[in-house]
Design a protein. Structure first.
Length: 248
């Protein structure tokens, strides 16, 4: 591993990635730096694994004749790559776009056919990303939106008001049980994560406050030292003048 890290091409490749995807905030800027750091590694994972998954599932949908899924997958992939690869786009917009793509994919799978379990995985990932990158309030809002989406999908498939060429993959009773389990698991997972992030944010804000106080005291010490040096110079000049007058 040490030989790989010393390789010239590897260092150039890592510098290129950090230059285009790395954090733009300094380490002393608090939670914003760490969110950009987390999103940096998330972007790397999405780019490298996203290309492989797009090629695999794109070829699968093409051979299977699932052109709707192929078009949807292509739109999600291209838009995500563009947003993640452009560093000038603000982090807030990037996070919002990724959350929207995760939610849109989950909702699309819920309403498109027998993909309930996979759709809930995307919704769960959306909740985790919302809490981690945007805070507790955004995570709560997305949890509420997911509950409404699950209810709408259940009504769409099992109410009898809509005609379907293919029957739903699971019964209404099973869908209700899975949805309840998903909501409970979502809340139980997000609650300690929210508490942890709030504690970290409090600690970081407290540390930044102490740093500001310390910088202020250091600035006061610098000003006091400058005044003392000026006072010494004035005193030396006064004594020099006095001695000169005494001699004359």
């Amino acid at each position: 591993m040490s030989k790989l890290s010393e390789n010239l091409w590897f260092r150039r490749f890592r510098a290129l990635i950090n230059r285009h995807l790395g954090p733009s905030s300094l380490p002393g800027e608090g939670i914003q730096y760490w969110r950009e750091r987390i999103f940096h590694y998330f972007s790397l994972a999405v780019i490298f694994f996203g290309v492989a998954l797009y090629l695999y599932y794109g070829l699968f949908f093409l051979l299977a004749g699932e052109y709707v899924f192929l078009v949807f997958l292509t739109a999600i992939f291209i838009s995500s790559m563009l947003v993640l690869s452009l560093r000038k786009i603000p982090l807030k917009f990037k996070v919002g776009w990724v959350l929207f793509m995760l939610y849109l994919t989950g909702a699309f799978l819920l309403f498109s056919g027998p993909h309930t379990n996979i759709a809930m995985l995307f919704l769960f990932a959306c909740s985790i990303m919302a809490v981690t990158m945007s805070g507790a309030l955004t995570g709560i809002w997305y949890t509420i939106i997911h509950i409404i989406t699950l209810f709408a999908a259940g009504f769409y498939w099992h109410s009898g008001y809509f005609m379907h060429l293919d029957p739903p993959d699971i019964s209404l009773h099973t869908y209700i049980n899975i949805s309840i389990l998903f909501v409970v698991l979502n809340i139980v997972t997000l609650a300690p994560l929210m508490s942890l992030l709030n504690g970290l944010m409090f600690s970081i804000k407290k540390e930044l406050r102490y740093q500001r106080i310390l910088h202020g005291e250091q600035a006061d010490l610098v000003r006091a030292r400058q005044k003392a040096e000026e006072s010494d110079k004035l005193k030396s000049a006064f004594l020099s003048n006095m001695s000169h007058e005494i001699r004359t």
